[in-house]
Design a protein. Structure first.
Length: 185
């Protein structure tokens, strides 16, 4: 089956789904966008109707004000084709767990919760971050404090002259001034 046929077949099985293709040539992959309410039925259809018996990965993409796209890649080991399933949830929203369909999704859901703040039912114990960590580091709104806290590692700042005069330091976009973030703020 071609990626176009795979996407069309899955889109027919899931209400409100839209199919497309990502990449080209030998790297083309069916991509199916589904409403959040159809997430589990899309994963089940991929497993049962398309023979996608291997759960590869699940993660998210922060789309700022539009919310987050949750993306899962599943693969058929027998038929040698795969499909990317996507759905959009509000920022800090929740989504049904894929663990009943693909048990291997448990680790990925825990990671997606920690890194993006998207909730899934069931235990979401800390996986990668220490318990005292605040925030979701893969969200675009997360401030990378290391950009502010660490000095430039080179001998000179860009723009410094041989005479030793320095230009005024400029913070990267989205990084607040010292005193506006952290424990002392």
């Amino acid at each position: 089956m071609t990626p176009e046929e795979i996407g069309a077949r899955l889109a027919e099985s899931v209400a409100g789904a839209q199919a497309g293709v990502s990449g080209g040539g030998p790297y083309a992959r069916a991509v199916v966008d589904v409403p959040a309410a159809s997430w589990l039925s899309a994963l089940t259809a991929a497993r049962d109707e398309l023979g996608c018996d291997f759960f590869d990965w699940l993660s998210a993409v922060d789309e700022l004000d539009a919310g987050c796209d949750v993306v899962a890649h599943v693969w058929s080991t027998g038929r040698r084709h795969g499909v990317l399933l996507r759905t959009r949830v509000p920022a800090d929203g929740t989504l049904e767990s894929a663990v009943d369909v693909y048990p291997g999704a448990a680790w990925h859901e825990r990671e997606t919760y920690e890194m993006f703040g998207i909730g899934f039912p069931g235990p979401l114990e800390p996986l990668l971050l220490p318990p005292e960590f605040e925030g979701h580091p893969l969200r675009k709104s997360f401030v990378l404090a290391s950009r502010v806290a660490k000095p430039w590692p080179g001998a000179k700042e860009p723009g410094e002259s041989e005479t030793g005069s320095k230009r005024q330091a400029i913070r990267p976009p989205g990084v607040p001034a010292p005193g506006e973030w952290g424990p002392g703020a």
